[in-house]
Design a protein around this ligand. Structure first.
Ligand code: MLT
Length: 392
């Protein structure tokens, strides 16, 4: 047997596992010190009551022969797919419920979707980038090319006709930089993809955090996306589902490549390798899209965005240059005094007990930058904000 040697090309640890390891070591060495976690984007607010009530009711369904559910529909239950289509329709975006596939979260599908593409394809990644896109491309032996996000382009790299690519990952609002593509910018990406016979994998996991009414929440708000884009989203950050697990992938039937339907291929792949998200969780997910559920989403989003505003204010006062945090739950900032990302990570941790994420962990374009998540509790955020002026 030979192992997949491409898997051995990865860094030893996944970025967030490496950070978790370092935080555990810090806590072991400093059991008396408080750790202020602004590192991984993990939510801290509990699920809303309407969601847990739906879970309980669904669990009850499972205990009666008449309402018990065994294997579910391959694509996910229609009640949830229709609820998601309704969520898009509220913003005027028409999505066919039949094009939606329910998953157990965005991360899995962001990697799994590549089962549909030849390993000979070239992957184009913005840099800095969510490590899952890079790691997954390397594991599958695909060639990766980068396009850099910089302070100058507002961390929103645009297509370059001199770069040939087949698979393009875009994340907007962006993890890690918090930058958001405008409709005009996405239109340029769509034109590039359609012209070059490329597919866009659009990660919209943070769309609920967009406050500017002009910014697009879905790539399907822009004409032409239906012939080049797959959209992947999740309830992790929208409704506190990081530990519950539920997301969706939209593969329109209009996506035809090489004479094949990506929708049919994804259906086939899903039916073969996946038995679906559990009935109980799908009921809980559907409750998110009820009036009460969406009101709870707004409340959570407001809470986390207020956290972001507190962090940004403290940075402004301390003279630390930051971006993001306005339409995204991540604040991206330059490590002061020319520190490297990991030096800044160590200083924050050792001197102030603050955990951040080194920008360098998102690719070399993140060198010298750091990311703070605004998903902490208000107390954590306020304590961290109070000492940021000492970092400069
Ligand atoms: C992050 O911190 O970037 C995210 O929480 C990671 C993830 O969503 O997998």
């Amino acid at each position: 047997m030979k192992v997949n040697h491409h898997a051995l090309e990865l860094e030893q640890n996944y970025l967030f596992s490496e950070i978790a390891k370092r935080l555990r070591a810090f806590q072991k060495e400093n059991p008396e010190r408080e750790l202020l976690k602004l590192s991984i984007g993990d939510v801290t607010r509990p699920l809303s009551r309407v969601v847990t009530d739906a879970m309980k009711a669904a669990a009850e369904d499972m205990s009666h022969a008449e309402t018990f559910h065994g294997y579910g529909a391959e694509q996910g239950e229609l009640f949830l797919r229709e609820a998601i289509a309704g969520y898009y329709a509220k913003r005027g975006t028409t999505i066919d419920a039949d094009d939606i596939f329910i998953s157990d979260g965005a991360k899995n599908d962001l990697g799994n979707i590549c089962d549909l593409f030849d390993s000979d394809n070239t992957v184009l990644l913005p840099n800095p980038v969510y490590p899952v896109y890079f790691d997954t491309s390397i594991m599958s032996g695909r060639k990766v090319v980068f396009i850099s996000g910089t302070k100058e382009n507002g961390f929103l790299p645009m297509p370059d006709e001199t770069i040939a690519a087949d698979i393009i990952y875009l994340c907007s609002p962006n993890n890690p930089t918090g930058a958001v593509y405008s409709k005009a910018q996405l239109a340029e990406w769509i034109a590039y993809a359609n012209k070059n016979n490329a597919v866009i994998l659009f990660d919209s996991a943070y769309e609920a955090y967009i406050r500017d009414p002009e910014l697009p929440h879905s790539i399907y708000e822009i004409p032409g996306a239906e012939t080049c884009a797959i959209e992947i989203n999740s309830l992790s950050k929208t409704a506190g589902f990081t530990g519950v697990r539920c997301g969706w992938t939209i593969v329109p039937k209009t996506l035809q490549f090489d004479g094949a339907s990506l929708h049919q291929m994804w259906f086939r792949r899903t039916a073969t390798k996946y038995n679906g998200c559990s009935y109980i969780i799908q009921r809980a997910a559907a409750a998110v899209f009820s009036e009460e559920g969406l009101a709870a989403v707004r409340e959570d989003v407001n809470y986390y965005m207020e956290n972001a505003a507190i962090i940004k204010k403290a940075m402004n006062e301390a003279g630390i240059m930051s971006t993001g945090g306005e339409n995204a739950p991540y604040v991206w900032f330059e490590a002061p005094k020319g520190m490297s990302s990991w030096e800044c990570f160590d200083k924050l941790l050792q001197e102030f007990g603050i955990a951040g994420t080194p920008g360098e962990g998102f690719g070399n374009a993140g060198k010298g930058w750091m990311r703070f998540s605004s998903f902490g509790t208000r107390e954590t955020v306020q304590k961290a904000a109070a000492v940021l002026n000492q970092l400069k």
